[in-house]
Design a protein around this ligand. Structure first.
Ligand SMILES: Nc1nc2c(ncn2[C@@H]2O[C@H](COP(=O)(O)OP(=O)(O)OP(=O)(O)O)[C@@H](O)[C@H]2O)c(=O)[nH]1
Ligand SMILES: [Zn+2]
Length: 188
């Protein structure tokens, strides 16, 4: 956890507790700043990570058809309210020239991208663009579905509302049949 100033987070949490009218010295809250600092270091650990690095190792399998890893669960933090949003990412790509990534690396790239103050759109495009840059595939199609606590526990209060974002690159940009094929697999 380099570059994370745990002490500063602790001080900030103490100040927030004071500011909302709590007593940071009451027994139940004594260790809270420390716990929250460790929790923030964990949920923002993607800031020390790079989704692209997971695509440095590739396999030449001669596979030039669709690879889809679906239902990758993720948890992220809305950068506007610093409350969680969470759901699933689905990543499809069509390799080119033998550049096939390890399957787990798609999930690792999602994790590295999600564990930051984020927007759902940016998670979607960052993962797609990392794959384009590193794998130079024929196409990438990333679909992210999530529920935002800032829309459910506060504000507009619409529990159950789901946000779906998609990013298509390469052949998926122009080929609606290929996109629909992926959407069918995702729903099945
Ligand atoms: N596009 C996008 N918007 C998001 C995301 N997460 C949260 N938001 C929105 O960010 C917006 C921030 O709006 P503001 O008007 O600045 O903040 P606010 O007064 O707290 O807004 P309300 O949530 O409507 O109460 C809200 O509409 C949120 O729903 C995201 O991942 N993508
Ligand atoms: Zn929000």
């Amino acid at each position: 956890m380099t570059n994370v100033d745990l002490k500063k987070i602790e001080q900030a949490v103490t100040m927030i507790l004071e500011a909302v009218g709590e007593d940071p010295n009451r027994e139940g809250l004594l260790d809270t700043p420390k716990r929250v600092s460790k929790m923030y270091a964990e949920v923002f650990s993607g800031l020390q990570d790079d989704p692209k690095k997971y695509f440095e190792t590739v396999f030449d399998e001669g596979h030039e058809e669709v690879v889809l890893v679906k239902d990758i669960p993720f948890y992220s933090m809305c950068e506007h309210h610093l409350v969680p949003f969470f759901g699933h990412a689905h990543i499809a790509y069509i390799p080119k020239g033998g550049k096939v990534a390890g399957l787990s690396k798609l999930a690792r790239a999602v994790e590295a991208t999600a564990k930051r103050p984020q927007l759902q759109e940016r998670i979607t495009s960052t993962v797609a663009d990392a794959m384009v840059e590193m794998l130079d595939p024929q196409g990438v199609y990333v679909v992210v579905e999530a529920e935002h606590l800032c829309m459910t526990m506060r504000g507009v209060k619409k529990p159950g509302a789901k946000t779906v974002t998609t990013v298509a690159r390469g052949v998926f940009e122009t080929d609606a049949v290929k996109r629909n094929e992926i959407l069918t697999f995702i729903r099945s």
